[in-house]
Design a protein around this ligand. Structure first.
Ligand SMILES: [Zn+2]
Length: 180
């Protein structure tokens, strides 16, 4: 849905970017895609989002080329970040960092590390051990000191997401898809 276009908006690409990712839920869907969620039912369970809204957001993200919809022909549909979608990582990382800094007094909720050497990443995504600007698939995400554990047994998707893992690694391997 296009926002009203003003003269100021025409000269700032933030307005155009927000037409793609500024609606409620959209960035959280993108975040979960970074965390390895690929299936409609897994997004729905993890986000607690109304299914009609999820359908509409996924469709818009596919139309914009942020996600690709991949149907293997036997009814197993996956949504995966495209290269254009993966380029949103610095946005997600920065907003999570801003949220941690101002609303998480106990510390970061999710820490990022270089998967190869375990080095912590600086705010720009550079490994503080080896100095490499770590590519997204080599980033390990894990619960940090501000992480709040669930009161009850977490669902399968939440459990996977809250266990140290590399970004983009699928929460549900395709071989297992369709079994539940
Ligand atoms: Zn490193």
């Amino acid at each position: 849905m296009a926002l009203p276009s003003t003269y100021a908006d025409r000269n700032c690409s933030l307005a155009r970017a927000l037409e793609v990712v500024g609606e409620r839920w959209t960035l959280m869907i993108v975040r979960d895609a970074f965390f390895g969620v690929r299936r409609f039912g897994d997004f729905a369970a993890q986000l607690g989002i109304p299914r009609a809204v999820l359908t509409s957001r996924l469709k818009a993200l596919v139309q914009e080329g942020v996600l690709v919809r991949d149907d293997d022909g036997s009814g197993n549909v996956e949504y995966r970040l495209t290269d254009k979608g993966v380029e949103l990582w610095p946005v997600v990382r920065a907003l999570m960092g801003w949220g941690d800094a101002h609303y998480s007094p106990a510390g970061v909720k999710r820490a990022t590390r270089h998967d190869q050497d375990g080095g912590p990443l600086d705010p720009d995504g550079r490994c503080q051990d080896c100095g490499v600007l770590v590519p997204v698939p080599d980033i390990r995400i894990e619960p940090g000191p501000g992480f709040v554990a669930a009161d009850s047994e977490p669902d399968r998707v939440s459990f996977a997401i809250n266990t140290p893992r590399r970004l983009l690694e699928p929460v549900t391997p395709r071989a297992a898809a369709g079994r539940d």
